[in-house]
Design a binder for this molecule. Structure first.
Ligand SMILES: [Zn+2]
Ligand SMILES: [Zn+2]
Length: 455
C-alpha cells in the first residue's frame, strides 16, 4: 500500500499541530479572525445557547422503526462537545438492536463511535477546541478515575459507570418533531449529523488523513490492532492465530503484519473474508467449517516449529500428552463473536461462539496468550486443570486493551506512513440517507466495513 499523502492542501505539519483542523478547513476559529496562538491562550468558545434548537438529521431507532428523522438539538452539559459528524462506521454489535422490530419506547441514535469536527464546547471542556478534528472513541479515557490511574484506561470508569443498569448518565441530546426525547447509544451514537459527547471520549487528531479512515479508529480497526500490542504484545517471529476476519479480526491481522509475526493464521468461515485476510497480512487461512473438530490439532501442527529435537529448542519432544500441550500459537485472538443476525454469507459453525472461545483457548501453547474480544453471552467452561497448570494467560478484549488517548494518535501516524491500512478496510460507502442499508449490510456480513459519509 502507498504511504498516505501528507499535507495535500499545502498546510504545513507544524501549522496543523499548532492550530488543529481549523487550519485545514478554514472553519470557525480562523474565519472569526482568531490566530492559533490566541486560540490556545483562551478558554474554548461557548456556543451552547446558539447550538440549542438547531435541526439536523439522524438514524433513529424508535418504536418498531429505524429511519432517518429530523432532530432538534437540546442544551449540552458543560463538559460536552458538539461535533459535526463527517464519517461513521456502524459496529456489528448494534445490528440486533437497531434492526429489531420489537417496539421500544426510548428513541435512540445507534452506534458508539464516530468522527467529526468540533463546532461547540461546553464551558468546562479542556481537551478539545472548536475546529478540532475528533475521533470519538467507544471507550473514554478520563485520566482521573481509579482504573485510569492504575494504567487501565481501557476500563475507564467513566465508560463503565455510565453503562450501569438504571443509571441515566447520559441525558437525551435531541428531540423529534413531536417532542420525543432522543438518546445517543452509549452516550455517543454516531449515526447522526450532530453528536454531543462528553470530552472524555474525544481524541483530537492533528492530521489530514481522510475522515472515512480516521473514523475506523474509534472502534473496530483500532480495537483489533490494539489486540496485538496494547495488552498482548505480539513478538516478531511469533505464531499468531486470529479467529474471525471481520473488521476487528482484520485489525489484529494487520497488527500481526506490522509487528513482524512469523505466522498469522486467520480462521473464518466466509470465503471472501479469508481472501481479504491474506491481503491484510494473514500468512495462512483456515475454514473452521471444513476443518471441523480437527481445527485445533491443525493449528497445533502448524505451530510445531521446524524441529522436535529436545536439545535444539524443539517443541514436541517428550511424552505425547506434554507434546500436545506444548504445541500451539504464542498469541491467539478470538474476534469472531456470536452471530447476532442471520448472515447472507457462510454461517459460522457455532452461532453462540462458545465453542470458538474454547478452541481459541486450546490453540494457545503452554504459557501462551489468548485475547477474548468477541461477544459470547452463554457460559463457557474450561478444564480446571488446564486453567491452573498450562500457564496460558487470558486477556480481556474490551477494545483490545486500547488506551484511546495514547494509541489512536499513534495509529494515525501508522496510517500516514502506510503501515496501517485503513482505506482498504472500507469496502462500501454510504450517505446518511442509506445509513439503514449500511447497518443491514453490516448485519448480513456482505461487507468488511461500511462507512457513512456525511455531506
Ligand atoms: Zn463496537
Ligand atoms: Zn477513567
Amino acid at each position: 500500500m502507498a504511504p498516505h499523502p501528507r499535507n495535500r492542501r499545502g498546510v504545513s505539519r507544524r501549522q496543523v499541530l499548532k492550530s488543529g483542523a481549523a487550519a485545514l478547513s478554514g472553519s470557525a476559529a480562523l474565519l472569526a479572525g482568531a490566530t492559533p496562538d490566541a486560540q490556545n491562550a483562551r478558554a474554548p468558545a461557548v456556543l451552547t445557547g446558539a447550538q440549542t434548537g438547531r435541526t439536523f438529521r439522524g438514524l433513529v431507532r424508535h418504536d418498531t422503526t429505524l429511519d432517518v428523522q429530523e432532530l432538534r438539538l437540546l442544551p449540552i452539559d458543560p463538559r460536552q462537545v458538539v461535533i459535526r459528524s463527517q464519517a461513521v462506521a456502524p459496529c456489528y454489535t448494534i445490528v440486533r438492536g437497531a434492526l429489531g422490530t420489537s417496539p421500544i419506547r426510548r428513541a435512540e441514535v445507534p452506534n458508539h463511535c464516530g468522527f467529526g469536527v468540533v463546532e461547540a464546547a461546553g464551558p468546562m471542556v479542556k481537551r478539545v477546541q472548536v475546529g478540532d478534528r475528533i475521533v470519538v472513541a467507544g471507550t473514554s479515557q478520563c485520566g482521573q478515575c481509579y482504573q485510569c490511574l492504575q494504567g487501565r484506561p481501557d476500563y475507564c470508569q467513566f465508560t463503565f459507570f455510565s453503562n450501569a443498569p438504571g443509571v441515566e448518565a447520559f441525558p437525551p441530546f435531541a428531540e423529534l418533531r413531536d417532542g420525543t426525547r432522543v438518546y445517543a447509544q452509549a452516550g455517543i451514537g454516531g449515526l447522526s449529523e450532530i453528536m454531543t459527547v462528553f470530552e472524555e471520549y474525544c481524541v483530537p487528531i492533528f492530521s489530514d488523513v481522510p475522515a472515512a479512515e480516521l473514523t475506523l479508529l474509534g472502534d473496530q480497526l483500532a480495537s483489533g490492532f490494539a489486540a496485538g500490542h496494547a495488552e498482548m504484545h505480539f513478538q516478531p517471529g511469533s505464531d499468531v492465530v486470529i479467529f474471525g476476519a471481520g473488521p476487528v479480526g482484520l485489525g489484529a491481522i494487520q497488527a500481526g503484519r506490522v509487528t513482524g509475526a512469523g505466522q498469522v493464521i486467520a480462521i473464518d468461515p466466509i470465503k471472501y473474508r479469508r481472501e481479504f485476510a491474506l491481503k491484510m497480512g494473514a500468512t495462512l487461512v483456515l475454514d473452521p467449517v471444513a476443518e471441523g473438530d480437527g481445527l485445533v490439532e491443525r493449528v497445533r501442527e502448524l505451530c510445531r516449529g521446524p524441529s522436535d529435537r529436545r536439545f535444539a529448542g524443539g517443541v514436541s519432544w517428550g511424552r505425547a500428552g506434554n507434546a500436545v500441550m506444548a504445541r500451539g500459537a504464542d498469541f491467539v485472538v478470538e474476534a469472531a463473536g456470536l452471530q447476532a443476525f442471520p448472515p447472507k454469507t457462510e454461517a459460522q459453525p457455532d452461532p453462540t461462539n462458545v465453542k470458538t472461545v474454547q478452541q481459541a483457548w486450546d490453540c494457545a501453547r503452554m504459557g501462551g496468550h489468548v485475547m477474548l474480544m468477541g461477544l459470547t453471552l452463554q457460559p463457557v467452561s474450561f478444564p480446571g486443570a488446564s486453567l491452573a497448570l498450562l500457564g496460558r494467560t487470558i486477556h480481556p478484549g474490551q477494545q483490545g486493551g486500547l488506551h484511546a488517548m495514547r494509541d489512536i494518535p499513534r495509529y494515525v501516524k501508522l496510517i500516514e506512513k502506510g503501515a496501517l491500512d485503513a482505506k482498504s478496510m472500507i469496502t462500501k460507502r454510504y450517505t446518511l440517507a442509506d445509513s439503514r442499508q449500511a447497518v443491514q449490510d453490516t448485519a448480513d456480513r456482505t461487507i468488511i466495513t461500511g462507512v457513512i459519509e456525511f455531506a
